[in-house]
Design a protein around this ligand. Structure first.
Ligand code: GUN
Length: 296
């Protein structure tokens, strides 16, 4: 593969392979790492994500229980299910797939997950620790991005790092991760969002550009400087009658015009997506290991 391409698919597989050994170690101590998943409704992207997360867990030897609820389900039933997972010794990680239907309070739901089982790192306690630079579960996409950059020797220290998008899942935790006073961090971070005036003014200054807005191919070649490192978090479906499925997956970055100017770039698919899944598995194994360390 071209060495400009940051290949998350291969690295993700490598990480998943190495996790298998840690799972075997745990099993030899009588513990099988377990992930409890809650999926509400039938959002097509969420269904695909949850299926691939389940499959990846099974391949790594991680036990999974997935509870699928119709979109009309009430909050109380979801909270009860989270509580069951909280109290289930076989479950080391709990994941509530987002987004939730509008009648379910997302913040309240995420607070119900025990912080020590919060492998998504979305509980306010874990997000607070992340902000303070303390050891915690780090949200999977930001963690995957940092691991991918580390693997390719891309150090954000002192670099103008521009994050497009301020979601609780990617933009906000990633900004916090990259401004920490430690190795593979120390970046100068700018976060752009829907109210940012003149986005191009910022993107043109970026040494590292991370696009996480969920808008198909919105970042074009003339918006970036030569030598930029581009991390594309977008996974947008665009209609393509020539594609087998009738659509194709594209990022937030227009690959064809940005690639020639970039020093390095993640492809879509095969960049950030597989890293997110690998990090979920890694956090689940870490949770099982730390439970053993604390005495079961
Ligand atoms: N929806 C989109 N990305 C994620 C993720 O990383 N975790 C969860 N729980 N939901 C998501």
């Amino acid at each position: 593969m071209n060495n400009k391409i940051l290949d998350g698919k291969t690295l993700g597989m490598k990480i998943r392979e190495s996790l298998k050994e840690r799972v075997e170690q745990l099993k030899s101590k009588g513990v099988t790492p377990g992930l409890g998943v809650i999926l509400v409704g039938e959002n097509p992207a969420s269904v695909i994500y949850v299926n691939s997360k389940e499959k990846a867990c099974q391949k790594a030897g991680i036990f999974t229980i997935t509870r699928r609820f119709p979109a009309e389900i009430d909050e109380k039933t979801i909270f009860q299910k989270i509580d069951e997972f909280n109290n289930d010794d076989r479950i080391h990680g709990i994941l509530v797939q987002l987004p939730l239907p509008p009648h379910i309070n997302e913040a309240k739901t995420l607070r119900k997950i025990l912080p020590e089982k919060d492998v998504d790192g979305f509980h306010p306690m874990n997000l607070g620790k992340l902000m303070l630079g303390e050891e915690t579960f780090v949200p999977c996409t930001p963690l995957g991005i940092v691991e991918l950059m580390k693997y390719y020797g891309i150090n954000p220290e002192g670099k103008n790092t521009v994050i497009l998008g301020r979601s609780n899942i990617v933009g906000k935790p990633l900004a916090n991760l990259l401004i920490q006073k430690r190795e593979w961090s120390n970046a100068t971070v700018t976060v752009c969002h829907t109210k940012t005036e003149n986005i191009t003014k910022h993107t043109k200054k970026a040494d590292i550009l991370i696009a996480a807005m969920g808008r198909a191919e919105i970042i074009k070649g003339d918006m970036v400087k030569r030598g930029v490192v581009v991390i594309d978090v977008g996974q947008n479906k665009v209609i393509d009658p020539e594609a087998k499925k009738g659509y194709r997956l594209v990022g937030d970055v227009e690959f064809s015009s940005v690639f020639p100017k970039a020093k390095a770039i993640t492809p879509v698919p095969g960049g950030v997506g597989p890293m997110t899944i690998a990090m979920l598995l890694s956090n689940t194994v870490k949770s099982a290991e730390s439970k053993i360390e604390k005495g079961g």
